[in-house]
Design a protein around this ligand. Structure first.
Ligand SMILES: CC(C)(COP(=O)(O)OP(=O)(O)OC[C@H]1O[C@@H](n2cnc3c(N)ncnc32)[C@H](O)[C@@H]1OP(=O)(O)O)[C@@H](O)C(=O)NCCC(=O)NCCS
Length: 157
């Protein structure tokens, strides 16, 4: 398995299949997908895309967490590979040095409740003050963040 930086069109099919099944493809397009600041990663087994993750320049929207922030979205592993091959973990580990090289200090996301153990296992911290947020058509989420830089303030753990 190999992780590569890719164009947003490469991540779209798997993102659509795993995260927006049964919805129009437009539901899988996220604002900023084509922005030059956005980082898209895909995990390949031979030439098949088996995992995707995208990182967008977007400030942390609550108080207490400071620093240059990116938001993680579209985190998905192909169903046949989920929790089998460490693909989600490999994608995050590949992203960290690339984002650090851009000066990113904190990465945050809306984590589906079912995926919370994945983020916790990968060193993310819960931003407790946000509580549980219902995202229409997607479900309940919590806010989790990963401090990439020392000194990114940690509260709400
Ligand atoms: C969540 C997701 C991206 C994780 O990717 P993955 O490749 O399956 O994860 P990994 O193999 O790297 O998992 C590493 C560890 O995270 C934890 N973990 C991952 N997914 C989990 C889940 N659904 N429930 C509980 N723990 C989970 C486990 O501890 C796992 O290690 P283990 O299987 O040895 O116990 C993937 O399962 C997925 O696409 N799920 C459906 C879509 C989704 O919920 N995406 C996140 C939206 S916020």
């Amino acid at each position: 398995m190999e992780v590569r930086e890719v164009d947003w069109r490469v991540v779209l099919p798997l993102r659509w299949e795993v995260l927006r099944p049964g919805r129009p493809v437009e539901a899988a397009h996220f604002a900023g997908d084509a922005a030059p600041t956005t980082l898209h990663l895909a995990a390949f087994v031979e030439e098949e895309v088996v995992g995707v993750a995208s990182f967008y320049e977007e400030a942390f929207p609550w108080e207490g967490i400071r620093g240059y922030a990116y938001r993680l979205r579209g985190m998905a592993t192909a169903p046949a590979y989920q929790r089998r091959a460490g693909i989600g973990t490999r994608l995050l580990r590949a992203a960290w040095p690339l984002l650090q090289a851009r000066g990113v200090e904190v990465v945050w996301c809306y984590a589906r409740i079912a995926a919370v153990p994945f983020y916790a296992k990968n060193g993310f911290l819960r931003y407790v003050p946000a509580g549980v947020i219902e995202i229409p058509d997607v479900g309940p989420h919590e806010v989790w963040y990963y401090p990439l830089a020392k000194g990114a303030e940690r509260i709400g753990v």
